[in-house]
Design a protein around this ligand. Structure first.
Ligand SMILES: Nc1ccn([C@@H]2O[C@H](COP(=O)(O)OP(=O)(O)OP(=O)(O)O)[C@@H](O)[C@H]2O)c(=O)n1
Ligand SMILES: C[C@](O)(CO)[C@H](O)COP(=O)(O)O
Length: 224
């Protein structure tokens, strides 16, 4: 398996967490959220470079964490208004465009190395892939007053990391910026650019910490 780069986006506001500060610094067990996420990659020999995208206001605290935990291979850059803008800033900072690039939410601390490696192998085969899990609820679509039940056999919940060959995802981001197109994940940009994106079956533990309830679940998970 080849080496890879990861862009970790952590420049959000954490509004739905309502903690009065960026949720990335909230404690899960003994460590801040973002430290759990960083460790998933700093401890992986296949990960060559980590671009950590942060807010200007959080830069000092992020640098302090990086020093305290002796994290190597991490470079900090500033993000943008939307998640997609932050990813783009991260992509601009990547040193080696010949490696596949993974894009990961700082807010997903429990990604498993096995899944990351399966993802990188799939990107080597097909150029673009994401971790996702089959949806377990019945999903309804309400549009123009009409309710429809979507066929669950075809539905997957998208997670991160999502990974791509560097040139392809950078071009997809640039095209989206030209057209003012915003999507909630990076795979959607590759799809809109006409690329096939493969799914790698992820893990239900790879949750995104979005609300106070997620933080409680995460704390229970690390205790276990
Ligand atoms: N302008 C932004 C917005 C989001 N993110 C990052 O994208 C990930 C997924 O976003 P989300 O969970 O929505 O985080 P927040 O934007 O912080 O939360 P909220 O939407 O509740 O404000 C997070 O790691 C977040 O820090 C980012 O880097 N830059
Ligand atoms: C990219 C993502 O994690 C896929 O599930 C998700 O869309 C990002 O979260 P947001 O709340 O849409 O920023």
């Amino acid at each position: 398996m080849t080496n890879y780069t990861v862009v970790i986006v952590a420049a959000g506001q954490g509004k739905r967490m309502n903690a009065g500060r960026n949720k990335q610094f909230l404690m899960i067990g003994e460590h801040p959220l973002i430290v759990h996420t960083l460790k998933a990659f700093t401890e992986d020999k296949k990960c060559r470079e980590i671009i950590l995208v942060t807010n200007e206001a959080d830069e000092k605290d992020m640098e302090e964490l990086i020093m305290r935990y002796h994290f190597r291979k991490v470079r900090v850059v500033y993000g943008g208004k939307e998640r997609q803008d932050s990813v783009y800033q991260g992509l601009l900072a990547v040193s080696d465009p010949s490696c596949p690039v993974l894009i990961h939410d700082g807010a997903r601390p429990f990604v498993k190395r096995k899944n990351v490696h399966e993802l990188v192998e799939k990107i080597e085969e097909s150029g673009a892939a994401l971790l996702a899990v089959p949806v377990t609820d019945t999903v309804k679509q309400m549009k123009d007053g009409k309710l429809e039940t979507l066929n669950r056999d075809y539905l997957w919940a998208a997670q991160t990391p999502q990974g791509f060959s560097y040139d392809m995802i950078r071009q997809a981001h640039e095209k989206a910026r030209e057209n003012g197109f915003y999507a909630t994940d990076d795979a959607a940009l590759a799809e809109s650019f006409g690329h096939n994106v493969s799914i790698v079956h992820g893990n239900y533990d790879n949750i995104k910490i979005t609300t106070p309830e997620d933080l409680q679940k995460a704390s229970a998970y690390v205790k276990k």
